[in-house]
Ligand binder design. Structure first.
Ligand SMILES: [Zn+2]
Length: 292
C-alpha cells in the first residue's frame, strides 16, 4: 500500500495532466436548437425536488440541447517547471478571474447537478444561459482561489474529489482538507466522487470496485453528510461495461470529457470540456459555443 501511495505522489506531480484523454477532440455534440428555452423561471440557487423524477429514455435525453460544462484542474500562476502540456490544466489566477467575469458579463448562470438531472429527464426549466463549473482532483487552490472568485459572482460549482489526496501536502501541489471539502458542501456546492487514486476506470476488476468506488463514496458521505450521486471518470475515460457498476452503487450521473455520449446511457457519459490554461476569456467563450 505504501508503494502505491508513493507512486501516486509521484503521479500527483504530473496530475495536472490527469484528466486528459487522447481522444477528447471529437466534438459530437447533439445539435438541437429547439430544446433550449429562454425560460427564466429557475434561478441559480433554486432547490429542485429530484426524488420524484423518473429517468427518461436515452433518445429523449440525447435530443435535449446540452448544457455547457467546464472542467478545471489547477488555478494558479505558471512556474518555470510547468510543462507545455501541463499548462492546459493550469489556469493562471488572473485569467481564471477574467474567464469567470466573462461568463458573468455574458449572462451565464451556474447550475448544479440536481437542476441538470431535472432538465435532462423532464425538460424542467433552467436559468437563462445555464452552465456548470466542475473542478477535479482536490487541489487546494480550488478552495483558496476558486471559491472566493465564484462567491463574488454568486456562482456554485461541483468539486470532484480524489479521496487519497485529501489533506495531503505534495511537493508541488497541496490538496484540500476534509474540513474545506465540508465547507464547500455546506456552502451549497456539490461534492462528487473522482475515485480513490485516479486509476483508469476502464481497467477496473475485482477489488477495484470497492477501492475506487465504494470506499471513496463512504468517505465523502461521512465528510459531507450528503449522498454521493455524481461521479467523474479519471482521465475522462469510460466504458459501457462499467456503467452498471455505477448505477448499482446509487450514482445518478457520471461525467466524462468531450467524446461522444453513450447511446444507451447518456446520463453516465455527460460531456465536459477542459478550459485550457492557454485560453483567453474570448477563446473560452467561443469554445463553449462550439462544443455544446
Ligand atoms: Zn482527474
Amino acid at each position: 500500500m505504501k508503494y502505491s501511495f508513493l507512486t501516486l505522489i509521484t503521479a500527483g506531480v504530473i496530475l495536472f495532466a490527469s484528466c486528459q484523454s487522447k481522444s477528447q477532440t471529437e466534438n459530437s455534440a447533439t445539435k438541437d436548437s429547439s430544446a433550449q428555452s429562454n425560460k427564466t423561471a429557475a434561478s441559480s440557487g433554486t432547490p429542485v425536488d429530484v426524488s420524484k423524477i423518473k429517468v427518461a429514455d436515452a433518445k429523449t435525453i440525447l435530443a435535449r440541447k446540452q448544457v455547457p460544462i467546464l472542467c478545471y484542474h489547477q488555478v494558479r500562476n505558471w512556474k518555470p517547471t510547468d510543462g507545455k502540456v501541463g499548462k492546459d490544466y493550469i489556469v493562471e489566477i488572473q485569467n481564471f478571474k477574467d474567464q469567470m467575469k466573462m461568463l458573468a458579463d455574458s449572462g451565464y448562470h451556474t447550475i448544479l447537478p440536481d437542476q441538470l438531472y431535472a432538465y435532462l429527464n423532464t425538460g424542467a426549466a433552467l436559468p437563462s444561459k445555464p452552465i456548470m463549473l466542475t473542478f477535479d482532483d482536490t487541489d487546494m487552490d480550488q478552495f483558496t482561489v476558486v471559491r472566493p472568485t465564484l462567491d463574488k459572482l454568486g456562482y456554485k460549482a461541483v468539486y470532484f474529489i480524489m479521496t487519497v489526496s485529501i489533506g495531503r501536502k505534495g511537493k508541488f501541489v497541496d490538496y484540500m482538507t476534509k474540513e474545506q471539502i465540508k465547507q464547500l458542501s455546506d456552502e451549497g456546492n456539490v461534492i462528487g466522487s473522482h475515485t480513490y487514486d485516479h486509476k483508469n476506470f476502464k481497467k477496473y476488476a475485482g477489488k477495484d470496485w470497492e477501492e475506487q468506488l465504494d470506499k471513496p463514496t463512504k468517505k465523502l458521505e461521512e465528510i459531507t453528510g450528503k449522498k454521493m450521486t455524481e461521479f467523474a471518470y479519471p482521465f475522462g475515460l469510460w466504458n459501457a461495461e462499467g456503467i452498471p457498476e455505477l448505477k448499482k452503487r446509487g450514482f445518478r450521473m457520471a461525467y466524462q470529457l468531450s467524446t461522444k455520449r453513450d447511446e444507451k446511457d447518456p446520463l453516465f457519459t455527460i460531456r465536459r470540456i477542459i478550459a485550457s490554461g492557454y485560453w483567453s476569456p474570448k477563446t473560452l467563450s467561443n469554445s463553449i459555443k462550439n462544443s455544446f
